[in-house]
Design a binder for this molecule. Structure first.
Ligand SMILES: Nc1nc2c(ncn2[C@@H]2O[C@H](COP(=O)(O)OP(=O)(O)OP(=O)(O)O)[C@@H](O)[C@H]2O)c(=O)[nH]1
Length: 327
């Protein structure tokens, strides 16, 4: 890039399931002037949630759902970017941030951006930022291909949840990340500052090279089958009695232990009439967050489960059995 490069930077915010991408973005959007930022959010599953949580941008948030950007919706990404650019008639857009799914490999996304002549003349690579959940142990993540791909592709790593993790575990994870990608900058997410802004504004390490292959056709390096043992299952859940529902959910999370990687969704609490955001990373269920009803009028209620090595229909069967038991 030169100083006369007028192309819009596209930043990629990636990181494994539940590692804190949306939380970082929300903080960034709440505390920064983001009127010149467009956001593209990619979610797997039939129930998109993150775009409801980040709707601070006037018309500048686009949801790409039903498939992972790195394998299934790459043509949609191109079209979305071109639409954002052509709608920017006042030329006020200064940056685009793509939040990937937790399973994405950033490399094919880059290749979509930069092997397409039309796009490459209008946008340039911004930063690839990956969130690393410091509540995970090295043992848990080192064999996960998606995790390693994200670490190796990143310019910057943001270590999240350090407020709840131990210094020792943070150091072990940092060490592991350095062996995979010695060039990335490291930031610890602090509760008192806007870490994403800091990471975006810090100049790139000049030693950095991009460890992604530019060889080949630019066709997807990964197909959805590369996440083959990982499944996404959505269940529609309307209004719930949270006390009873939470018993079912806790039992399910413990029954499947580490095979349920992520649960996320919007529910209507029958007792209070509130819309609540449910968030679980592996077995850890975060306190429910009450959301603003106004911004959720078009939201689908339900839960998305991301699982590994189990029949996803088991989740639906278990939920149906739970519902029957209540009647
Ligand atoms: N204590 C603590 N919790 C965090 C932090 N960052 C995120 N969380 C919690 O971790 C859970 C998952 O965070 P998200 O921001 O939804 O993670 P994500 O990477 O966007 O998740 P996916 O899009 O499903 O991959 C939520 O319950 C957050 O409140 C952090 O720095 N500290």
């Amino acid at each position: 890039m030169t100083t006369s490069d007028v192309r819009i930077p596209v930043h990629i915010l990636t990181g494994f399931l539940g590692s804190g991408k949306t939380t970082l973005l929300r903080e960034y959007l709440q505390h920064d002037d983001t009127s010149q930022t467009a956001l593209i959010i990619n979610e797997v599953g039939d129930i998109g949630i993150d775009h409801h949580l980040t709707q601070h941008l006037d018309g500048g948030t686009v949801l790409l759902e039903n498939g992972c950007l790195c394998c299934q919706v790459r043509e949609d990404l191109k079209q979305t970017l071109l639409n954002l650019l052509s709608n920017d008639i006042n030329h006020s857009l200064r940056q685009i941030i793509i939040e990937t799914t937790g399973l994405a490999n950033p490399s094919p996304i880059l290749s979509t951006l930069f092997h397409d002549n039309e796009l490459a003349s209008k946008v340039r690579k911004g930063k690839i930022i990956a969130t690393i959940d410091t509540l995970e142990s090295v043992k848990n993540v080192e064999d996960i291909t998606e995790w390693s791909n994200q670490v190796s592709s990143a310019d910057t790593l943001i270590f999240t949840k350090a407020d709840e993790s131990s210094e020792e575990n943070c150091s072990l994870l940092k060490e592991k990340c350095r062996t995979i990608n010695p060039f990335a900058d490291h930031f610890i997410k602090a509760t008192s500052e806007n870490t994403l802004r800091l990471a975006l504004n810090t100049p790139l390490n000049s030693m950095l090279f991009l460890p992604f292959s530019t060889k080949g056709t630019g066709k997807p390096a990964l197909k959805q089958t590369s996440h083959s043992e990982i499944h996404t299952q959505a269940i529609l859940v309307g209004s719930v009695n949270w006390q009873r529902f939470s018993i079912w959910l806790s039992m399910l999370l413990y029954r499947y232990n580490d095979q349920i990687l992520r649960v996320k969704g919007l529910l209507l609490d029958a007792n209070t009439g509130n819309y609540v955001l449910l968030n679980a990373v592996r077995k850890v269920l975060a306190p429910l967050e009450i959301l603003d009803k106004e911004s959720l009028s078009s939201a689908k209620l339900g839960l998305v489960f991301i699982t590994r090595d189990i029949d996803p229909e088991d989740i639906t069967r278990s939920f149906n059995a739970f519902e029957i038991s209540l009647n």
